[in-house]
Each structure stands twice: as structure tokens, then as C-alpha cells.
Design a protein around this ligand. Structure first.
Ligand code: PEP
Ligand code: MN
Length: 361
């Protein structure tokens, strides 16, 4: 390992910075590209760590699969020229060894690796006895336990500085996002692991340039610790992920245009007012629970009635008409169709559970 103690220390300090901004190309392509991207990113004054993919896990064969180990010295050059520590994705023990040999400061585990406990364990075993920060991307499927499992494997290998990257979750078919953010999953990770660095990856969530700002702003409004955004000196001609990359200067503007919000403020008036509003929310939540409980009691009565008459629980026509009513009402009340759908799905399933108990008792 060629890292000096001092370098490692400085990376530890950099990782404490909030917001933490990581940027750089999806893939290292040429020495010139990597070094120039790094210099131009450093010149924006907004970037803390340079990222570059050396080994690229591509969904289909035939696309550019990364420059490989020969790109690692380029990162050393970029590091020297820009003063930015460098981060690389690793998916195998050999990649960990090579990256560390060339003094890479931060490693990350990609979404396609996090899904596979064998691969994560292979990487974790290679990390034993090494002092390097490791960031773990969420798995491609929305499974928090897999994400947590990967973190635990790396921590069990003795890595103290572990962070999380939220890069969204893939699904079949065209959607607004390349990878749906499913923000509630990131929020749940934050709730369960409040001390762990959590950054957002708008590039792989969006898959395009136009939504980067909005996703980044949402992440910051949700109190993420930072962002990882891909940048390239010639985005349109990037060898991978061309559609979502932006130039270092555009990256600088994007970071500059984000409204950074604080988590708290030391004003008594603010806290008193917030407390009052929160009390209102608590009261409304209590009322909602009471009403939901009443609704379930009515559902149980219906269950008894259906039982006496030997009728199925699910009545598709009735369910359709409930949804139609709810959508119409929801729209008037300013509730999104997405929310109304999720809410009524949950309420309907709970009703079915209650009726089931009655009908099969
Ligand atoms: C990447 O960061 O370039 C990458 C491959 O991302 P993900 O693992 O999120 O797909
Ligand atoms: Mn990419």
C-alpha cells in the first residue's frame, strides 16, 4: 500500500465535510480526460473527492467495460495535479488490491455488487487489516436488508469508516427515472443508522442531465450528507453514461445553485412555533388512527355479514368504485394519485386482514 498515514488522515477529515461533494467521470477513459476533469473540478472549488470508474459492471456485454488497472496511475496523476483524493468502485478482491496498491483514497461498492453477498464478502475479505473508507451503494433492487448486510460484512472486516450511497432502484419499463429514488428507503436507512454518512447519487437516479438539480435539491432537503454526481470534459462523447454527465463547470454551477439548508437553528421562537405545529400533527395523527380503527370495525361487521351469506371477501367492483371515489376526492383535496393509491392499498389490505379473521374464525 502506498498511502501515507497523513494522506489517510486528510481523507478522513475530508469525509467529515458537509455537504460532501464527489464528482468525476463515470469511467476513466484516457489519462488526459481524467487529469483534465480533475483539474477543472478542483478549479470550481466545490468538489471534495474525485470519482472515476476503472472497472465498469455493464448490464449487457459489448459496451465499454472499463479501462482496467492501467487507468490507476492516471488517477494518481489526477490526484497530484488537482489535490483531490480519489474514489474508485471495486467489485473483486483483486480490484481492491490493485486500487490500494495505487493509493486510491476511498473505495465504493457498486449497486450490482451490493446485491451479491458472495461478491461483497470477497471484497470485505480483501479489506481485512486495511484502513480505507468504503462507501456502499444501495443494491439495484429495493431491499434494505441486502444494503445493511453489505455494510455489516464490510464493518466486520474491520473497516471503521463506512458510508452509504443512495443511487435509486431499477425497475422494468420506462419510468421518469433511470432508477427510482424510493426516498422512503433512504430515509429509513438514515433513521436506523443516524451516524453513518449518507450521500445521494442524482446521476444514476436520473439517467439524464435535466433532472439532476431537482433530485440533488430533494436529497439536500432530506438532510443527506452530500452528493456524488458524474462529470466529464466532453459529456456527449463519454464512453459510458453519456446522457447523464455534465461538464465540471456545469457541475460547479449546479452545486452553486442548490439551497443548502441547516438541520436546526438556535431560535426560541422557531422552536416554539415548530412545537405548536408538531402538536397539531400529533393530534391529527391520533384522530386518523381512531378513525381507521372505526373503519376496521365496520369492515369486520361487513365480514360477518359476508360470512353469514357465504360471499367472497374481495368484491372487485366495489374496490374499483372505492378507488375512483378516492382519486376524485383526493384531487380536490390536493392529495397526489400516487399517495391515494398507496394509502388505499394499505387500508384495503388491512380491511381484508380483519375480514379474513372474522370469516375464518
Ligand atoms: C457508477 O457509479 O458509475 C455505477 C456503476 O453506479 P451504480 O453502481 O450505482 O450503477
Ligand atoms: Mn455511471
Amino acid at each position: 500500500m502506498e498511502q501515507t498515514i497523513e494522506n489517510v488522515k486528510s481523507v478522513e477529515a475530508i469525509l467529515q465535510k458537509r455537504p460532501l461533494i464527489i464528482s468525476g467521470p463515470c469511467s476513466a477513459e484516457t489519462e488526459e480526460q481524467v487529469v483534465n476533469t480533475a483539474i477543472r473540478l478542483a478549479a470550481t472549488g466545490k468538489v471534495d473527492i474525485l470519482r472515476a470508474g476503472i472497472w465498469k459492471p455493464r448490464t449487457r456485454p459489448g459496451s465499454f467495460e472499463g479501462i482496467g488497472t492501467k487507468g490507476l496511475p492516471w488517477l494518481q496523476q489526477a490526484r497530484k495535479a488537482s489535490g483531490l483524493p480519489v474514489a474508485v468502485e471495486v467489485a473483486t478482491a483483486k480490484q481492491v488490491e490493485d486500487a490500494l496498491h495505487f493509493g486510491v483514497d476511498v473505495l465504493w461498492i457498486g449497486a450490482r455488487t451490493t446485491v451479491n453477498p458472495f461478491s461483497v464478502q470477497d471484497v470485505a475479505d480483501a479489506l481485512r487489516g486495511v484502513d480505507v473508507p468504503v462507501l456502499i451503494k444501495n443494491p439495484i433492487n429495493p431491499d434494505l436488508e441486502l444494503w445493511i448486510g453489505a455494510m455489516e460484512r464490510v464493518q466486520k472486516a474491520g473497516i471503521k469508516n463506512v458510508g452509504l450511497i443512495h443511487r435509486g432502484f431499477s425497475s422494468y419499463g420506462n419510468t421518469e427515472y433511470r432508477n427510482a429514488p424510493m426516498w422512503h428507503l433512504a430515509i429509513e436507512m438514515k433513521r436506523r443508522y443516524p451516524g453513518v454518512l449518507l450521500i445521494n447519487d442524482p446521476s444514476h437516479i436520473c439517467g439524464n442531465r435535466s433532472n439532476l438539480h431537482d433530485v440533488a435539491q430533494t436529497a439536500i432537503d432530506l438532510d443527506f450528507d452530500g452528493l456524488i454526481i458524474e462529470s466529464h470534459i466532453d459529456p456527449d462523447n463519454a464512453w459510458s453514461d453519456a446522457k447523464q454527465q455534465i461538464t465540471p463547470e456545469v457541475l460547479g454551477e449546479l452545486i452553486g445553485s442548490i439551497r443548502w439548508r441547516k438541520e436546526d437553528v438556535a431560535s426560541e421562537e422557531y422552536h416554539a412555533n415548530l412545537e405548536k405545529l408538531r402538536q397539531q400533527i400529533n393530534n391529527l395523527d391520533d384522530e386518523l388512527m381512531q378513525i381507521l380503527s372505526q373503519r376496521m370495525k365496520v369492515a369486520e361487521k361487513i365480514g360477518q355479514y359476508k360470512k353469514d351469506n357465504d360471499i367472497t371477501i374481495l368484491q372487485t367492483n366495489r374496490w374499483n368504485s372505492i378507488l375512483e371515489r378516492a382519486f376524485a376526492k383526493g384531487e380536490k383535496l390536493g392529495l397526489s394519485k400516487e399517495f391515494v393509491t398507496k394509502y388505499f392499498d394499505a387500508v384495503h389490505m388491512e380491511s381484508i386482514t380483519h375480514q379474513n379473521k372474522i370469516m375464518n374464525s
